[in-house]
Design a protein around this ligand. Structure first.
Ligand code: FAD
Ligand code: NAP
Length: 310
């Protein structure tokens, strides 16, 4: 049996592991289905992580985090967790895809969030063939070409700016005439001559053939309709929390969630279940920032240490 299972290797999970092992926990495994680093590794520029005064990419920001966390004994298991349950004797069972169940005295859930789909016609069929949710990953395919971006939050506007550096033109389609993004980012977008704003509008359909996206049908609130002949569209319409590992066989969740599926925690990152902690984007009222996820992870790591030692 291990002391602590950490599910998710983003900023929250990595920091939880750092604090728990450096504080003395011996058997700590971080389950991360991909490479550690989390969703921020898909970001093209970060300028709000404290202590880093120059712009860095997400990859650059996260480069040294896994090594630092593992230096104090945390192990990385490159596996997907499918479910976490708690037995009557207080021990957690972590179900790992294709492997035996792992028993753990405590668990930190730090599974973060994933990009939401807009739900428009053609989106699912053409996903990965011109429809993307990662500008850093796919932007280069559209070098010198025109692309569309859907959304009005920080992600949509920041990634539109990134794409404007590579592409000949970026159509930014947003359903309202005001943005959710931070004022400084909105200002940069409005001043970028390669970005054309298409406001009060949505995407009606993404057109394509065997080769991929061929265009995007845009419809306005005023019932106008036009087709943009673009080979790519980037969809940034928010994030869904990854809470499926908490779903139990009987359809209930292991711990309390709010109506949007966020895990309810207190200031110590304690969930409604003893020994189960949640940190980062998955918890209620998350600011959805790397620095906050890391802070949550530190709190959860310290609390797991205290719980196991008790
Ligand atoms: P995540 O980073 O989402 O990490 C969760 C990890 O858990 C993932 O690696 C995932 O693979 C893993 N996982 C999920 N389910 C399982 C499972 N069942 N089994 C095993 N592993 C699993 N924040 C800022 O502060 N500044 C920015 O400039 C900024 N820019 C951003 C730009 C973009 C494009 C995006 C998408 C986000 C940005 N953010 C930014 C937000 C920031 O990335 C998140 O708030 C932060 O990454 C949350 O960290 P986390 O550890 O909670 O979750
Ligand atoms: P977000 O803030 O939730 O914004 C989503 C945007 O998509 C909104 O503008 C929304 O429109 C629009 N939208 C939602 N569903 C839609 C649909 N079906 N069709 C068309 N448009 C739709 O999401 P986000 O931009 O991904 O950001 C997520 C979190 O991460 C936020 O808290 C954000 O601040 C944070 N983040 C921070 C940074 C940074 O600090 N630099 C960078 C990226 C992300 P409405 O506005 O009309 O609702």
């Amino acid at each position: 049996m291990i002391d602590l299972a950490i599910i998710g290797g983003g900023p929250a999970g990595l920091t939880a592991g750092l604090y728990a092992t450096r504080g003395g926990l011996k058997d700590v495994i971080m389950f991360e289905k991909g490479m550690p680093g989390g969703q921020i590794t898909g970001s093209s520029e970060i300028e709000n992580y404290p202590g880093i005064s120059h712009e860095v990419t997400g990859m650059e920001l996260m480069e040294n985090w896994p090594e630092q966390s593992m230096r104090f004994g945390m192990k990385h298991s490159m596996d997907e967790v499918t479910r976490v349950t708690k037995r009557d004797d207080g021990i957690f069972e972590v179900s790992v895809m294709g492997k035996d169940i792992v028993e753990a005295k405590s668990v930190v859930v730090a599974t973060g969030s994933t990009p939401r789909r807009a739900g428009v016609e053609g989106e699912e069929k053409l996903f990965g063939k011109g429809v993307s949710t990662c500008a850093t990953c796919d932007g280069f395919f559209y070098k010198g070409k025109e692309v569309a971006v859907l959304g009005g939050g920080d992600t949509a506007l920041e990634e539109a700016l990134y794409l404007a550096n590579i592409c000949s033109k970026v159509y930014l389609i947003h359903r309202r005439d005001t943005f959710r993004a931070s004022p400084i980012t909105i200002e940069k977008v409005k001043n970028n001559e390669k970005i054309e704003l298409i406001l009060n509008s949505g995407v009606k359909e993404i057109l394509g053939d065997m080769m991929g996206v061929t265009g995007v049908v845009v419809s306005g609130k005023d019932k106008s309709e036009k087709t943009l002949d673009v080979p790519g569209i980037f969809v940034f319409v928010g994030m869904n929390v990854n809470n499926s590992i908490l779903l139990q066989e009987d359809g209930s969740y292991l711990c309390d969630l709010d109506d949007n599926g966020n895990v309810i925690v207190d200031l110590k990152m304690k969930t409604s279940v003893k020994g189960l902690f949640a940190a980062g984007d998955i918890r209620i009222d998350a600011a959805k920032q790397v620095v906050c996820a890391a802070g949550d992870g530190a709190v959860a790591g310290i609390q797991a240490l205290e719980y196991v030692n008790d």
